[in-house]
Write a protein that binds this ligand. Structure first.
Ligand code: HEM
Length: 419
């Protein structure tokens, strides 16, 4: 292994503040590199665009450790302990492979459709403006400032997914409280602390599932309960796991596209001015520009900086190195998105960038199911925030911003701004 590569903790807040130099060095000097994670597990990191894109499609790489073949006498692979009541949640499609994954994905595809997402446009607009209204009635929003992440970027995706699932407006506050517990949970201790909230959320959804079976409504939980393909239906546990996956995958990520996206714009005043100018243009050109802005912010910020857990189901040769069967393998999406072999001037923010095939939503069979919804939310929220807050600026120097501790997600703890 290349011992000129510095030892870093890729889950630490300090690393997330400035990850690009490290990945540039990896791509150039060690495109397959073994890192030691804080819990001492080795992670085989792949960092070049072509390798990451191929790895995400490689059938020899699996999501579930149970699908790594074992030789006679070999000990089973260690998996993380989770409380028994949470076990049904492991049967979610992001953690499954092959036919098992395909079955769940086909059933959810029948109901989580582009039409359903397009129907959310007016709701997303209304929720964004309602959140901005309440942030701006704070008497000193313009002098003392406020946290744009807590005020808009976080509650927006929670409210949108709550609405899609069919959570009633009366329950929204407690739902948001339970859901927020997931955001903090990035290590075992946090997970233990979050257990009461997770338990309540699961109980709430179990009751909703039972209720919708008897009293169908026009919402996604009813649609999931009823979804059918060739006489196949989801079990109650599978509906529960799907619901919690949609919730967590949906807001833990979108919050960061909106907040890190705005931070990026505030740090690039010329591009921000170009965007403000574009927002004043005719509707058709405005839409095209907003679309390319969101794609560039997706690439630049890479809210899911590392693909989720994967394992080598066979020995895999790459760049003359063998990744042994059973290894924990990391696909760095943020590195792929900044690979100079694929993108021209990747560290420059170019809101007009053409040929922007970033990997922020992954690649292959696990490609993000919610990509159209995430794009819709960001394409409404970011322009609305900029239009409503013409003097938007950071309330603290960028160096003082704090990043969350996480292996997979790259996101701010807060985005203090003045309006
Ligand atoms: C900016 C926002 C988002 C980003 C950057 C993002 C990113 C990703 C990525 C990278 C993956 C693949 C992970 C892997 O292969 O390891 C993924 C999968 C997934 N995402 Fe998203 N996501 C976002 C928003 C959403 C939303 C809004 C939803 C739904 C409400 C959603 C639902 C899912 C689901 C269900 C999967 C698993 C798909 C499968 O296993 O087949 N995501 N997402």
């Amino acid at each position: 292994m290349n011992n000129k590569i510095p030892l870093v903790n890729i889950a630490s807040p300090a690393f997330h503040a400035n990850p690009l130099p490290f990945y540039r060095q990896l791509r150039d000097e060690a495109p397959v590199h073994v890192l030691t994670l804080p819990d001492k597990r080795p992670l085989w990191m792949v960092s070049r665009y072509d390798d990451v894109a191929a790895l995400l499609r490689d059938e020899r790489i699996v999501k579930s450790p149970a699908n790594v073949p074992q030789l006679p006498g070999e000990k089973p692979m260690k998996t993380m302990w989770i409380p028994a009541f949470m076990r049904p949640l492991t049967q979610n499609m992001l953690d499954l492979d092959g036919a098992h994954h395909a079955r769940l994905r086909t059933l959810v595809h029948r109901v989580f459709t582009p039409k359903l997402i397009e129907q959310m446009r007016a709701d997303v607009e209304a929720i964004t403006h309602r959140l901005l209204d309440s942030a701006l009635v704070q008497p000193r929003a313009s002098t003392d400032g406020f946290d744009l992440l807590q005020a808009v970027a976080l509650p927006l995706p929670v409210a949108v997914i709550a609405k899609i699932l069919g959570v009633s407006a009366d329950d929204y506050k407690k739902f948001a409280r339970w859901a927020n517990a997931f955001v903090g949970a990035t290590n075992t201790l946090d997970m233990l602390t979050a257990i009461p909230n997770i338990w309540q959320l699961m109980r709430y959804f179990r009751r909703m599932i039972a209720h919708r079976k008897a009293n169908p409504r026009d919402d996604l939980i009813t649609a999931l309960v009823q979804a059918q393909e060739n006489n196949d239906k989801l079990t109650d546990d599978e509906v529960l796991a799907m619901t919690i996956l949609l919730l967590t995958a949906g807001f833990e990520t979108t919050v960061n596209l909106i907040s890190s996206g705005l931070l990026t714009l505030l740090q690039h005043p010329a591009q921000l001015a170009q965007l403000r100018e574009g927002l004043r243009g005719p509707a058709a050109s405005r839409d095209v520009f907003v679309r390319s802005t969101i794609e560039e912010l997706l690439r630049f910020t890479s809210p899911v900086s590392l693909g989720t857990d994967r394992y080598a189901a066979a020995d895999i040769e790459l760049h003359g190195i063998t990744i042994p069967r059973g290894s924990f393998v990391g696909a760095s999406l943020i590195s792929a998105n900044h690979d100079e072999r694929r993108f021209r001037q990747p560290e420059t923010l170019d809101l007009d960038r053409q040929d922007n095939r970033h990997l922020s939503f992954g690649n292959g069979v696990h490609y993000c199911l919610g990509a159209p919804l995430a794009r819709l939310e960001a394409a409404i929220a970011i322009p609305a925030i900029l239009e409503r807050l013409p003097n938007l600026r950071l309330a603290v120097p960028a160096a003082q911003l704090q990043w969350r501790r996480s292996l997979v997600i790259r996101g701010l703890k807060a985005l203090p701004v003045q309006a």
